[in-house]
Design a protein around this ligand. Structure first.
Ligand code: 5GP
Ligand code: 5GP
Ligand code: 5GP
Length: 208
């Protein structure tokens, strides 16, 4: 294969609810610098094609290099914490996301641009506030999937995709929110294709 950046059509910008990542049989570990804020955190910015397929691991010659994003690290620690075990500073997660996904949009965004774009998208998209304003709070209660989707759609003008996972008792809970953005990673767009996977019609929103 040649070292050519692959094409893609748009990004999924994916945020995770830490309470739902932690509230599973597998559990979680807080980052080495302590419990993250009670807020959605970034999972990733994933180049995807209009038919739902996606490129991955596009350029092994361009590995994650934290020195390229040293000015962004404090924002990353705040907005892109890793909850996987064992506890880490986040660099393993960021490195995985860059190498699997970021290298597939490197013709458009270099490492600094990739991470800065994700951070800026999050700054302009306060999902927790959007949900709170619609009366949807992270307190262990349940809400209809459609009320969650409608609240976000009314606020941002495009339909999100909701991914659920299940807690130890088998309850469907709000795990990740997918927002589609254009290939420049700056404008929210209507999703060309949605994900698959089930939520119950009523989903829990655990506290964190
Ligand atoms: P899962 O199997 O949990 O849905 O996804 C596992 C991983 O596959 C995700 O964390 C992400 O790295 C990747 N992935 C899943 N769906 C998509 C997609 O539609 N686009 C891209 N680019 N990556 C995806
Ligand atoms: P994906 O391929 O699903 O984008 O990447 C998920 C990978 O990142 C998994 O190997 C997972 O263990 C690791 N990871 C590290 N921290 C986190 C986290 O906070 N959330 C999720 N979903 N995955 C994490
Ligand atoms: P519709 O969008 O036509 O109301 O939904 C069709 C099916 O997809 C329904 O079973 C609905 O529960 C499911 N669905 C719709 N939106 C989402 C979503 O954001 N996440 C998940 N997991 N399922 C969804």
């Amino acid at each position: 294969a040649f070292c050519v950046a692959q094409d893609f059509d748009f990004f999924y910008f994916v945020q995770q609810w830490p309470g739902s990542y932690c509230d599973t049989d597998q559990g979680c570990c807080y980052p080495s610098n302590g419990k993250p804020a009670s807020d959605f955190g970034i999972h990733g910015l994933w180049p995807t094609n209009n038919d739902g397929s996606y490129p991955s691991n596009c350029d092994s010659s361009n590995p994650f290099d934290i020195s390229k994003i040293s000015d962004l690290v404090s924002r990353m620690e705040q907005d892109w914490p890793s909850l996987a075990c064992p506890s880490s500073s986040g660099t393993t997660f960021w490195s995985h996301e860059w190498e699997k996904h970021g290298t597939c949009s490197e013709s458009i965004l270099d490492q600094h641009g990739y991470f800065k774009s994700a951070l800026d998208l999050k700054d302009n998209l306060d999902l927790l506030q959007i949900l709170q304003s619609a009366g949807i709070q992270a307190g262990g209660g349940s809400y209809s999937l459609s009320s969650i989707k409608n609240a976000i759609e009314s606020a941002i003008g495009s339909t999100p995709w909701i991914e659920c996972n299940t807690d130890g008792s088998g309850n469907s809970q709000l795990y990740q929110i997918y927002i589609c953005v254009d290939a420049s990673a700056s404008n929210i767009i209507e999703c060309p294709v949605m994900q698959t996977g089930k939520c119950s019609s009523s989903v829990q929103f655990p506290s964190f």
